[in-house]
Write a protein that binds this ligand. Structure first.
Ligand code: MSP
Length: 646
């Protein structure tokens, strides 16, 4: 029997129609690094990823392409597999929600939910777009309340549907979020409690009859399973839950880590645990939620053209540099900002200057002073103890961070030891020792200490940079035993007479200007991302007099709250330098009320007052579309409230 410790980690399953960018890469590369680390520790790892292939959108796209949905997904499903292969993601299992065994399990899951009384039939009310044959929720409509796909009018419509009794799990979910560390970081759990549980959990509509591309409910065939129930189930169906394809459920469930980005947190923190509770199954141990990788502060979006293509970066800088960069830059739980400058500087400072240099200098000195093979003589000296202590305590520190899914601090910890080793070279000055034959033993000790520190650091970096670190280890003459996990918290494991082997530069130093020019030409936001807007601007010019009719002024947000009965609206109380005014704005999707208090904004002061959801709005605040995001236009704090904007 295999009695290794089991470790099960999952990524979200990707929509095959998405164009993969480095934002998509983050979750999967992070899971890959953790999975590799756990394998190195001797665990029996199951690392699952896959594609989420059902739903109305796929059905529509297939129709446009004049193929069946199955033909359409078969054609594009390979996209993500190719990407994972390219970036060295070593998953153990890949699930497609169109796999027969998965569909079989989803049907059984629905039947169990029905039998246990957690599904009931009712009516789904929504906004219906007749030309697109699509239902939309209020929050999905465009800014004018029209269909987000074709921008035509929508009408209220109802459809028979099954509902999942999410509300029945409210108390247990609140406990899960407040009394356990299921959701990480903790502040994300608080967000969920305040935004969803406190206002009252609503039951979820989990079947549709307006399209057909999905799993048919076994007890009512005109109904198609809701894509999220279908998709979330993958985490257990992939282990063989309620199907005969695999037999891993008893070994690997509950999952150790589900990793997701913030936008899909609520499905994983509310619906998924509630489903498992309803099915009487144990809950996953951890939901690790990370932020977005934005491009220069703006969400990546195909229409702006600011999506960063992993293949383009990988070809030019190597896949490991990209893996390192995204894992190092992402702070735990919040967003990280990608910019071409940050990436080039990060590669240069950490990989070329610190790590690459440490390896090449040390190996070059061992070759120059000892023909590549260290002699047996040793002489301990000043600075040794500090370096050894740091190197020996590194693996436990990294392990702790890996267990907390905090990859950036894990990397920082390793790079701190790399920097310490570089400092050790300056402190011990091997080139001076080499001039004095009486110092040979000391010189050998210094080089050995450096090589053994590199052994520990490179081995701990293997999960993060699986193609370059074996090369580093080869250069310093490390063998299989030297990289065993239990040997990474011991100093002095490399053979006494280790032989180094000079190799290629691991991470060449990049010329910042050349690279930025190159990157700006290939992945900076393309002007034609705004082409449609430009054409519209030209077709709709207005005179300066007309513009002057619009009175714009600055104000400070003094208080802000949600408008009852609306998911979109926030009510802002402004200090406009006069008697104050109230403005209602459709930005609830992008801002929490408390985030706005204290912001200095610009508003239209002479707009006719309007009533929105029963609240009077005296004007309009200005905001900017940033891809799929919306940001308020803000002004410097020094600008007095009520200043005219011209
Ligand atoms: N199919 C659903 C997941 C179902 S899981 C049961 C889905 N797919 S997705 O292809 O749209 O997204 C996959 C993952 O990539 C999600 O976690 C999503 O949030 C993440 N990201 C997409 N853009 C991102 C960034 N710019 N930055 C970081 N992660 C991002 O959602």
């Amino acid at each position: 029997m295999n009695d290794k410790k089991k470790f099960y980690i999952t990524t979200p399953i990707y929509y095959p129609s998405a164009s993969p960018h480095i934002g998509h890469l983050y979750t999967t590369v992070a899971c890959d690094a953790i999975a590799r680390f756990k394998r190195m520790q001797g665990c029996d790892v199951m690392f699952l990823t896959g594609t989420d292939e059902h739903g109305q959108k796929i059905e529509q796209k297939a129709k446009e392409a004049n193929v069946t949905p199955k033909q359409y997904v078969d054609e594009i499903a390979e996209k993500f597999r190719r990407l994972w292969k390219y970036v060295n993601v070593d998953y153990d299992r890949f699930i497609r929600t169109t796999d027969d065994y998965h569909e079989e399990s989803v049907k059984k899951i629905y039947k169990t939910l029905l039998d246990k009384g957690y599904l009931y039939k009712s009516e789904y009310k929504g906004k219906y777009c007749t030309p697109c044959e699509s239902f939309w929720t209020e929050s999905q409509l465009d800014s004018e309340g029209k269909c987000p796909e074709c921008h035509r009018d929508v009408k209220e419509a109802t459809e028979e549907a099954y509902f999942f009794k999410l509300s029945a799990f409210s108390e247990r979910l609140e406990k899960l979020l407040t009394e356990t560390d299921y959701v990480q970081p903790e502040w994300r759990a608080k967000e969920l409690v305040n935004n969803f549980i406190k206002p009252g959990l609503e039951d979820v509509c989990v079947s549709r009859t307006s399209f057909s591309w999905g799993v048919r409910l076994p007890f009512d065939e005109k109904h198609i399973a809701y894509v999220w129930i279908d998709a979330l189930s993958n985490y257990i169906t992939a282990l063989g839950y309620e199907n005969g394809k695999y037999d891993d459920f008893k070994d690997f469930w509950p999952a150790d880590v589900h990793m997701v980005a913030k936008d899909i947190m609520r499905f994983h923190a509310l619906i998924w645990p509630a489903m498992l509770m309803a099915l009487d199954l144990p809950l996953p141990k951890k939901l690790s939620v990370h932020g977005y990788i934005n491009f220069n502060g703006i969400k990546m979006s195909k229409s702006i053209g600011n999506v960063v293509d992993p293949f383009v970066l990988g070809e030019r800088y190597g896949v490991d540099a990209i893996r390192y960069h995204i894992l190092r830059e992402m702070p735990f739980g919040s967003d990280s900002d990608y910019s071409n400058e940050i990436m080039i500087n990060r590669i240069n400072s950490d990989l070329a200057n610190d790590l690459g240099n440490l390896v090449s200098r040390t190996v070059a000195m061992a070759v120059k002073y000892f023909d590549g093979t260290l002699p047996s003589e040793r002489e301990e000296g000043e600075f040794d103890a500090d370096l050894k202590a740091m190197a020996e305590s590194l693996a436990p520190a990294v392990e702790k961070y890996i267990d907390e899914t905090k990859l950036s601090p894990a990397l920082t910890e390793i790079m701190t030891v790399v920097s310490r080793a570089n400092k050790y070279i300056d402190e011990t000055a091997p080139w001076i020792l080499a001039k004095d034959p009486a110092k040979t033993a000391r010189l050998a000790s210094v080089l050995y200490n450096l090589l053994d520190t590199i052994r520990i650091c490179s081995a701990l970096l293997l999960p993060f940079m699986p193609s370059m670190m074996p090369k580093a280890l080869e250069q310093i003459g490390a063998g299989e035993n030297d990289v065993k996990y239990e040997n990474l918290s011991k100093f002095g494991v490399l053979s006494e007479n280790v032989t180094v082997k000079k190799g290629d530069v691991l991470f060449p130093r990049l010329d910042v200007e050349t690279e930025i020019e190159y990157l700006n030409s290939v992945i900076a936001p393309k002007k034609d991302g705004y082409k449609e807007d430009e054409d519209l601007d030209k077709a709709n010019v207005i005179s300066i007099d007309r513009f002057a009719e619009v009175k714009l002024r600055t104000a400070e947000v003094k208080a802000c709250e949600k408008v009852a009965k609306s998911k979109k609206l926030l009510k802002l109380q402004l200090d406009d330098g006069r008697s104050g005014r109230q403005i209602v704005s459709g930005i609830a999707q992008w801002y929490k009320p408390e985030e706005l208090v204290g912001k200095k904004i610009v508003f239209v002061a002479n707009l006719a007052p309007a009533k929105l959801c029963g609240e009077v709005s005296e004007g309009m605040v200005l905001s900017c579309d940033c891809g799929d995001d919306v940001r308020l236009l803000t002004v410097d704090n020094e600008v007095p409230n009520g200043s005219t904007v011209r």
